[in-house]
Design a protein around this ligand. Sequence first.
Ligand SMILES: Cc1cc2nc3c(=O)[nH]c(=O)nc-3n(C[C@H](O)[C@H](O)[C@H](O)COP(=O)(O)OP(=O)(O)OC[C@H]3O[C@@H](n4cnc5c(N)ncnc54)[C@H](O)[C@@H]3O)c2cc1C
Length: 308
Amino acid sequence: MTYDCVIVGGGPAGLSAAVYMGRFRRTTLLIDSGEGRWVYGQHNENYLGFPKGISARRLRALGVAQAERFGVVPHQGRVEQIDLLSGQEGFTLATTSGKVVARTVIWAAGVRDRWPTFQGARRLIGKQLFWCIVCDGWRTLDREILLLGNSDAAAEDALQFLTYTSRVTLLVEPGKDELSLRARRKLQVGGIRVLAGTVRRVQLKGQEIEKVFLISGEALSADLIFSLYGAEPNTELLRHLPIRLTQRGMIHIDPKHHTTLAHFYAAGDVTDHHSQQVAAAVYSGAQAAQAANYALYPPRQQLTAKRG
Ligand SMILES: Cc1cc2nc3c(=O)[nH]c(=O)nc-3n(C[C@H](O)[C@H](O)[C@H](O)COP(=O)(O)OP(=O)(O)OC[C@H]3O[C@@H](n4cnc5c(N)ncnc54)[C@H](O)[C@@H]3O)c2cc1C
């Protein structure tokens, strides 16, 4: 089947795009592999309209219901390859459930966080283990925090956490330390303890962290842990296409969410807008959908020059 639009990724960016495309009366396939940033146990407290916060999974379920109302049903699956259609505008996408053809594509595939690899780490994500000061800095108010990171970017986050708490430890992995002398000095002036070590396990008491054990055998106390190892964008499948990516592999988009490839749009965390927030992803999906919709109008419905 040929779709007006295939949206790759069913997080907040892809779902927002799906609601718009459905309401634009475009035949739309939303395909999602169910592994994005929305899958963990976190409670989003900064998304407008939910004064008590809302769990990321619940917000997604509401988004799915909203997209379904306008005729777009999220399809569980993975896009494994994407190519230009030969001889005409459009794309073929090989998915885990077969091939589809798309006149336009919105790539909203998000990123993969580099979480610590100690046993049981995944269970803690969104509860005791976080990655983002914008999302969860507020939770650290006057609490003791352990930051896991090796770079100056992690050091900068550590300095910013001083807005919330003075009890900050940065744990740098032995052999992976990339902290500059300048960063070390600033951390020292800020009263931030820098230790070398790798977490082996985290012991909980109920929902609270009791102790963090390092491979060395040392035990640290912490109320919350933040992983500051960064993330990889899901753009490997795009490398053979004429789509401009940044050095980090993020998709370059213009303010209207066009990429450098006609009829191919991108939205959310995977773009070089770097906003990495639900609100920004929702906005981004809406923008990409409007750009894709515009390209789908036939000439008889357009007055101005068409832009992919
Ligand atoms: C622990 C945690 C706490 C957070 N807290 C907050 C918060 O409080 N407030 C806030 O605003 N933000 C928060 N965020 C960030 C927020 O979740 C992200 O910014 C948001 O989910 C990005 O939306 P997205 O749609 O761009 O990407 P994602 O939500 O990551 O969705 C991308 C989707 O694409 C799918 N996908 C990838 N590749 C393929 C493929 N080849 N084929 C098919 N599907 C594919 C993935 O499975 C995934 O479902 C948090 C994130 C985490 C991890």
